[in-house]
Design a protein around this ligand. Structure first.
Ligand code: BG6
Length: 365
């Protein structure tokens, strides 16, 4: 039986287990390498998932298309039937699921198996999704009791990064090895980075208290950080019941920015890219941040601790170690958002472990 140990809730216990999750998920390295070596010719990749697993899939899309160039789609499992005619024998469908039993994903798998190769990335080893595909990767997050996914999201991303790293190594000789080494080195440092992030929970409690009674939140980011904004928005909705929306930073200016007025909180996930890199579109994100501020919005920025420009432009700055390679920002910048959602839920007197209307797995249609 899972116990809460020194924690009052499974959700915060499982967020604090994330450094250990990093260690456990990295054990899949050899299995991922073996699977990638067996895939053969892949002309297109199609991720299929729901909820938080869908956001993990989007990180995979950005990485694969930016680093390798294989056309990659992410399809919500319940909408998959409308895309079946695009699948070919050289398509790889990748099913991401914590439970491995989500009805929408299982239904999509039945269709995919008739047309293309299937791979699953799941947290439950003997789940249906794990047993019914050509290849399966286990995330080794351990059992996750909190209804809202936290450590399982980190574990899914680690397996996706491993998949991308070995795919990169196999796909383009020279750059491939350089990017492979860069991702693997970043993953080797990830446990320590997350351990450093967790203590910022104290300052996040104050931000949670300040914004616990607002009617809505916006989460903005660009590029590789956009799925992180989506995940932060979902976390907040799931456990605090505050309406939240996420937008790609550039898209926010095409309409939704009209909703900004004094005091509306806007979380901006804005890792600073290395010179000549635009994985997270830092400069363009800063422009959107300034536009939000000019309209009276409260900007809660998640950025680098040495980013003086960001500090001067933000209402609140939740800052992370500048040594974190921006290529793994999805694995680190999401942790403050998980903590923010958890503490807003507590500040509202809610039970983050068992949010109303939600279940850990929607196993029936
Ligand atoms: C929802 C859960 O029911 O299903 C989410 O509340 C989860 O946390 C989603 O992301 C997908 O579940 P799974 O098990 O397929 O990842």
């Amino acid at each position: 039986m899972d116990e809460k140990g020194n924690y009052d809730y499974f959700t915060i216990k499982e967020i604090n287990e994330e450094p250990k999750t990093v260690e456990n998920s990295l054990k899949e390295k050899e299995n991922v390498e073996k699977i990638v070596s067996q895939l053969g010719d892949i002309e297109r990749i199609c991720f299929v998932a729901c909820g938080t697993s869908y956001h993990a899939s989007l990180v995979g899309k950005y990485l694969i298309e930016e680093l390798i160039g294989i056309p990659t789609e992410v399809i919500i499992a319940s909408e998959f039937a409308h895309s079946v005619n695009t699948l070919t024998k050289n398509t790889l469908s990748v099913f991401i699921s914590q439970s491995g039993e989500t009805a929408d994903s299982l239904e999509a798998l039945k269709l995919a198996k008739e047309h293309c190769k299937t791979l699953s990335i799941v947290n439950v080893a003997n789940s249906t999704l794990a047993n019914e595909v050509n290849y399966t990767i286990n995330t080794f997050a351990g059992s996750e009791i909190g209804i809202a996914a936290t450590k399982s999201y980190i574990s899914q991303l680690i397996c996706i990064y491993l998949f991308v790293a070995y795919l990169t190594k196999n796909n383009n000789e020279n750059d491939g090895n350089e990017i492979f080494e860069r991702i693997m080195n970043s993953l080797d440092n990830l446990k320590q980075f997350i351990e450093e992030i967790l203590p910022i929970e104290e300052e996040i409690k104050e931000i949670a208290e300040k914004y616990k009674d607002v009617n809505s939140f916006f989460f903005l980011a660009r590029g590789l950080s956009y799925p992180t904004a989506m995940e932060g928005s979902l976390k907040l909705k799931e456990i605090s019941y505050i309406h939240a929306e996420s937008y790609a930073g550039g898209e926010f200016r095409h309409g939704p920015i009209a909703l900004i007025e004094k005091g509306v909180p806007v979380v901006v996930v804005i890792p600073k890219d290395k010179d000549n890199e635009m994985y997270n579109d830092y400069d363009k994100s800063l422009r959107v941040l300034k536009e939000v501020k000019s309209r009276g919005g409260d900007v809660i920025a998640i950025g680098r601790c040495d980013d003086e420009k960001l500090k001067s432009e933000s209402t609140e700055l939740i800052c992370l170690n500048e040594k974190i390679d921006p290529i793994i920002s999805p694995l680190t910048y999401v942790v403050p958002l998980q903590l923010l959602a958890f503490h807003i839920s507590l500040a509202k007197g809610l039970d983050p472990d068992n949010p109303k209307n939600l279940t850990k797995c929607v196993a029936n249609d």
